[in-house]
Write a protein of this length. Structure first.
Length: 512
């Protein structure tokens, strides 16, 4: 997908009240965004869909809401003070800072793009007769590009695994990567940069304590593990789920709400017996992919990607990647975190954090299987893949946001055909009956066709239109966003129609 399309997505998000640049009147704050009147509804619906699937659907998962601040030792114990770093490199001419790993990844993607270009050219030339497999295995240009990709990938993953910053710089130089601003290869050495934001607790410099804004919500769960386990009389295996803000001083924050400095996570830590982690890892991979698929977007939008370099706490990890407008990128992480966190909190706090298993009288520090998804990335995944420009039979075009109905900001729009003859009053009565259960909008301005387009553009699944016949026989038309088909139903049927179309059971429990 081109930059042009991505720009359209960003401007649609602004124009239709989904996402605004934060502090726009002061020219904005980099990588910080605000959710607007429609965006907040979509975001809340995403969170609700996740919370229900985790907490409400699973008898052995409970939720918490821990504070953003925690004792500073938390971040020493979690390893974030020492190891939560990104490798960064500056261009000496433009003074622009980049993530070294991103520069290399972008380079690899560029070479992959060249292969795709060759493929497209041949496809155009030979049409149906094009044998892609043989072409990729034999074409000299493609083989040269592929060899280059393999070589860079190998050096890159070795450098990451050994934290070899010098080699990262060598790769950047050997690949001839240039700064996009200055166009030069005048690079500094690669340095590690800690991503946590610091702040102070206390009124004076002398008695203040350094605190960190949490870079992940997970630690709030670990700190509360023992309290929840005891007060909730939880038996292993069990989970604790949480939705909340996280903060990272990202070096390169770009691509709209994909990489932000203040964002929101939905995390679940599943506490298990040591040795069972691989079973649960596979289990949660499947459950989480099914959660995504239940929303009905095309399966080809998702893929698993195993981590080349494991985070400091993990013994296995993968991402669910989504096909964003700028290619496949991480949407959600699934990590086997071993007993790293609980073990370290036990060590640093000197408090016992053990689980006693009455089934075999064993005592152990639980292992943890984590699922972690960014709300904002999920928002972008849904929003970007739902925005469509459709040619209609009458030759016109419509812009429609085909958000899964269950997540749409508003579920139904109530529209009087004209602004008189008692139709607005009739509409108000319908709206009043529906609005507590279904987010409902009322719109009487402009011709009905334009109003349908406005609802299409914000993703409202159903439009109920009240016309003169309604006054006579209490029937209304109900229009479906995707098919644009209109049916005439009795006014008393609206509620049950919406109920059945938006029944969460039909969504959450469906993975086909
Ligand atoms: N507790 C584990 C953890 O935080 P992570 O892979 O660093 O793991 C989990 O982050 C998820 O949080 C990511 O898959 C992504 O969806 C989201 N995320 C991470 N950094 C983000 C950022 N700067 N902006 C928006 N979302 C982010």
């Amino acid at each position: 997908m081109s930059d042009e399309i991505f720009k359209k997505i960003v401007s649609h998000a602004k124009e239709y009240g989904f996402v605004f640049q934060s502090s726009e009147i002061y020219d904005g704050l980099s990588a910080v965004y605000d959710y607007a009147q429609n965006g907040v509804l979509l975001k809340n619906n995403i969170k609700d869909y996740w919370w229900k699937s985790m907490v409400q659907l699973n008898d052995n998962i409970v939720g918490i809401d821990s504070a953003i601040f925690s004792h500073p030792t938390t971040w020493k114990a979690s390893g974030h003070v020492d190891a939560f770093n990104d490798p960064m490199i500056d261009n000496k001419d433009s003074k622009k800072r980049y993530r070294a790993d991103n520069l290399i990844e972008d380079y690899i993607q560029k070479v992959e793009g060249k292969i795709n270009k060759e493929k497209k050219k041949q496809h155009k030339r030979f049409g149906e007769n094009f044998d892609e497999k043989t072409f990729l295995l034999t074409n000299p240009k493609v083989l040269k590009y592929q060899k280059e990709i393999d070589l860079v990938n190998k050096r890159f993953s070795e450098a990451l695994n050994k934290d070899n910053l010098e080699e990262l710089k060598n790769i950047i130089e050997d690949c001839g990567i240039v700064c996009s601003i200055s166009g030069t290869k005048n690079w500094t050495d690669v340095k590690q940069f800690n991503l946590m934001f610091k702040t102070q607790l206390g009124s004076t410099e002398s008695n203040s304590t350094d605190l960190f804004l949490r870079p992940e919500t997970a630690q709030g769960i670990f700190l509360n593990y023992l309290n929840v386990q005891k007060t909730g009389r939880m038996k292993i295996p069990f989970g604790i789920a949480q939705i909340g803000k996280a903060f990272r001083n990202e070096i390169v924050a770009r691509q709209f709400i994909f990489r932000m400095r203040e964002f929101e996570q939905m995390e679940m830590q599943f506490f298990i017996k040591p040795g069972t982690q691989m079973k649960w890892y596979e289990y949660w991979k499947k459950i989480r992919l099914n959660w995504h698929l239940s929303l009905g977007l095309d399966k080809s939008n998702y893929r698993f990607h195993d981590h080349e370099k494991l985070a400091h706490y993990a013994d296995a990890a993968c991402d669910i990647e989504f096909n964003f407008p700028f290619g496949f990128k991480e949407l959600e992480g699934i990590h086997s975190r071993t007993d790293f966190d609980l073990g370290n909190h036990e060590k640093f706090s000197t408090k016992q954090i053990k689980y006693f298993d009455p089934s075999d009288n064993s005592k152990f520090t639980p292992y943890v299987l984590e699922t972690s998804i960014g709300v904002d990335r999920m928002f972008l995944a849904i929003f970007s893949s739902s925005l469509k420009y459709e040619k209609l039979d009458d030759g016109t075009e419509r812009t429609v946001l085909k958000i899964p109905y269950i997540l749409s900001p508003h579920k139904v729009a109530i529209l009087p055909l004209v602004k008189k003859d008692g139709l607005p009053e009739y509409c108000r009565k319908i709206k009043d009956k529906l609005k507590l259960k279904f987010s409902t909008v009322y719109d009487e301005k402009d011709a009905i066709g334009r109003r349908y387009r406005r609802q299409d553009a914000i993703g409202t699944p159903f439009c109920v239109t009240i016309d003169h016949q309604t006054i006579d026989d209490d029937t209304v038309t109900i229009r479906d966003r995707d098919s644009m088909k209109q049916d005439r139903i009795h006014v008393k049927e609206i509620h049950s129609f919406l109920d059945s179309s938006l029944d969460i059971n039909n969504w959450l429990l469906n993975s086909d």
